[in-house]
Design a protein around this ligand. Structure first.
Ligand code: PMV
Length: 312
């Protein structure tokens, strides 16, 4: 048996839309931070047939089955039993699939002694879910052309940011990211503009991280997030992952910033708000978001490490 652990990552420059070719590659460069307090733990053992359990229940997940089938063909794997557990809500806009596929590929690689380097693990994780490519690395992570294998921009210690997550709905989302981004690619009148501006957004955010310029990162991360949600809103049929509390949290974050707190928000394909802040603002941000009506729970996390084996 082999056990791997991976953390979700939160994109600060978003990916929303895939390239029109095999390999599950994003259409635009993107970058993320990896969270240490949320994690997926995946144990792999030998079996007489393929079995997959998520949070203790047998699950038929077509993306997991497809990835295991592709790896089996490529590496001649034996049948495996896979047990995966998340310590946070699944499929609710908290990047559970990113942590899940990063942990899965890391565990399969070690258990079957495939000898992959992190770049190759990232490529295989990407085939499961493109954002999963980034969870192979820790800290600040880029997923860019031409290889679309995640690379570290800076380790977590480079800039000790904190993330406060406001949970506004626990249930799994109705429209998956894959379906939602394909709808936007095909129908949003703003999709081409999104493709054109993504390179500049990426360059600005990565410079802000190198320079540890919080204001610059705040401005570009909120812009990238709201551009992505604009694509969702302008898709046909329209798509919105927000709850009223999500909107109230975004307003509260802007208000906190105008009062001098170092904080900005980002939101993925789900209703949770991730408030990224400097350590000295974390307590005030967590308290303020906990008081927003409709917020069910607050999670706090510093930045974390990449996917790794935790026992063998
Ligand atoms: O990894 P996917 O294909 O499920 O897409 C995730 C997309 C977002 O989380 C909304 C943005 C991102 O870059 O992570």
């Amino acid at each position: 048996m082999t056990t791997a652990l991976a953390h979700p990552n939160i994109a600060l420059v978003k990916y929303w839309g895939k390239q029109d070719k095999a390999g599950n590659m994003p259409a635009t460069p993107n970058l993320s931070i990896t969270l240490s307090e949320l994690s997926t733990v995946t144990t792999i053992g030998d079996s007489d047939r393929f079995q997959f359990q998520l949070n203790g229940e047998p699950v038929d997940d077509p993306k997991v089955s497809a990835l295991i089938a592709a790896m089996t063909e490529n590496f001649n794997l034996p049948p495996l039993r896979i047990d995966s557990t998340n310590n946070f809500p699944t499929s609710a806009g908290l990047a559970s699939s990113a942590a899940g596929f990063a942990a899965l590929v890391t565990a399969v690689d070690a258990h079957c002694k495939l000898g992959m380097n992190p770049a190759l693990r990232s490529e295989w994780a990407r085939r499961g879910s493109a954002s999963a490519a980034r969870s192979i690395c820790g800290g600040f992570v880029a997923l860019v052309p031409p290889d679309w294998q995640a690379q570290s921009l800076a380790p977590a210690q480079h800039w000790p940011l904190e993330v406060v997550v406001a949970i506004t709905r626990q249930e799994a989302k109705d429209v998956s990211s894959t379906e939602g981004m394909e709808r936007s690619r095909i129908t949003s009148p703003f999709y081409n503009q999104w493709l054109r501006s993504a390179g500049d957004d990426y360059a600005e955010a990565s410079a802000a991280i190198t320079e540890r310029d919080f204001e610059k990162l705040a401005a570009i991360a909120e812009l990238s997030c709201l551009k992505m949600h604009s694509l969702m809103l302008t898709s046909r049929p329209t798509l919105s992952y927000w709850t009223p509390a999500s909107v109230a949290c975004m307003d509260r974050v802007r208000e906190l910033r105008s009062q001098g707190e170092a904080v900005f928000f980002t939101v993925d394909a789900g209703p949770q708000i991730k408030a990224v802040c400097l350590p000295e603002s974390r307590a005030a941000v967590a308290k303020a978001l906990a008081d927003v009506p409709g917020v069910l729970e607050i999670l706090c996390s510093p930045l974390g490490e990449g996917a790794r084996i935790i026992n063998d």
